[in-house]
Design a protein around this ligand. Sequence first.
Ligand code: NAI
Ligand code: MG
Length: 482
Amino acid sequence: MAEELKNYIDGQWVDARDGERFDVFNPATGEVIATAPDSKLADVEAAIDGARRTFDEGSWWPGTPARTRGRILLDAAEIVRREHERLARMESIDSGKPIGDAREDIAEVAYMFEYFGGWATKIDGDVQHPSAEAMFMVWREPVGVAAGITPWNYPMMMPVQKLAPAIAAGCTFILKPPEQTPLTALELPKILEEAGLPTGVFHVITGFGETAGAPLVASPKVDKVGFTGSREVGKIIVREGAETLKRVTLELGGKSPNIVFADADPKTAFEGSANGVFWNQGQICSAGTRVFVDRSLYDDAVNAFVDRASEIVLGEGLDESTEMGPLVSREQQERVEHYIEVGSKEATLAKQGTRPNDARLSDGYFVPPTVFADVDNTHTIAREEIFGPVMSVIPFTTVEEVVAMSNDNAYGLAAAVWTNDIKKAMTTARALRVGIVWINDTQPAPTEMPWGGFKESGFGRELGKHGVDDYLESKSVYVNLA
Ligand code: NAI
Ligand code: MG
C-alpha cells in the first residue's frame, strides 16, 4: 500500500488544505510507492507564517546560543548515521540510484550536519579603527526566513546543504522538495526534532513548482531562496524574486568540459571521463558531458568509452550488482531519449548499452549509457544540458582550441582536466570560465569545498564557509569615539 506522506508545518504533520495529493513512483518499476500533499498557496503561507513568527518574535530562535544550534546539527549527524541503511534504501527506491551510491550520499548528509554544526560557533565579525576618533564593527546576522527549492538528483543532500548552514546561521527554513522524490526530505523534520530543533524553525511542504514553489519566491515574508534545478526555472526565480529583492542563490547545472590531454595517463583519464558522465545515471549538474580528447588519443578513447558503455549493468537500485539505475521519471526518460534521437542525426552513435533483462523492470525509466563520437562543439547534444548518461566525444589539437571550445557555452559550472603537466593543468584551469575545476579527477564535491558556477550556471556558493556566508547579512556598526 502506498504510504500517505504529509506536510510538516509548525511541528504538525498535515495534509494540504484542499486534501489533494500526487503520486510518487519507484522509477525502476513505475509503481506508485507513496502519495504526497499537492500543496497550494494557503499551505505555503501557513509554513511561511510559522517560519516568520519563529524568526521575528523576541528573536528567540536566532538568539539561541550558537553552541546550542551547533549541538542540534551535531546530534542530527549522529541520528542520520544511526538510520543510515534505512535512509539509503529509501533514497534508492525513490530516486532509482544504485544502493551503493545512496549509501555514499547519506554518509555525506551526516557529515554535512557535522561540518555545518561546527560552523555555528565560528561565525564571527570584524572590528576596525579607521581613525583614533572612531571604530566600527561588522556583525554577522542571519538573513532571516530562508526557503530551499531542491531537485531530485540528490534528494537528501540538496536540502541539507542549504538547511544545515541556514540553521548554523540562525535562520528559519522552509523546504519545498521535488515532486519526484519527496521521501527522504520528509525524514528531516523527524531527525531534527529528535536532535532538539525547536518547533517552528523548520517546515516542509510538498508539491509542484508552479503551485508550491512559486509562492515562496513571491512572498515578501521570505528573505532568501536557495535554489538548485534547471536554468529555465532559475531565471523565473530571479524575475519573480525581483519584486521583493529576494536574496537568491542559484545552482543551475551545466555542460561541463572534460579535457583529456595527450600526456595524461590514458587508463585513468578514460575511466574517470566515463564515470563523470555515467555516474548517477548522468543526472549530475556538473557531469563532464563534453569529453574533449587530444586527437592522438581520440580513437583509443572512443573505444574505451564504448567498452565501458557495453559493460555497465543496469538494474534496480536495491540490487547490489546494479551499476546504473533508471532515470528519475518518465519525463526525464523521454527528454533524454529525445536528445539521443537528435544526436543520432548530428553525430555518430558509437554505442548504446542495454536495458535490464528483467520483465519486472520493463516499465522502468531506463536509458542505457550512450556514446556519441565525431561530435562538434556546435551540435545540440554538445550545447544543451541532457541530464542523462549521454557522452559527446570531441577531438582537439591545441590547448588554445580546447579552452576556446570549453568556454564556448552559456553554462560555466565545472571542468575536469587530465594531464601530468602541472603547468598545463594550472594554465588551463585559470583560463576556464567555470566555478569548479578538477585536475586528474572528476566530480568529487567535499563538503568543505565551495560549490557553484559562473555564467548561466548560477550565482552564490553552497558548501564550505561560502555556504554559510550566503545565509548571513553583514551589519556595520560605527561608533564615534571623539
Ligand atoms: P526544475 O528546475 O523544474 O525543478 C527543480 C525544483 O524547482 C523542483 O523542486 C520544482 O518543483 C521547482 N520548481 C519548478 N518550477 C518552479 C517555479 N516556477 N517556481 C518555483 N519552483 C519551481 O527541474 P526539472 O523539471 O525537475 O528538471 C528539468 C531539467 O533541469 C533537467 O533535465 C536538468 O537539465 C535540470 N536540472 C538541474 C539540476 C541541477 O542539479 N542543477 C537538478 C535537476 C534538474
Ligand atoms: Mg520542471
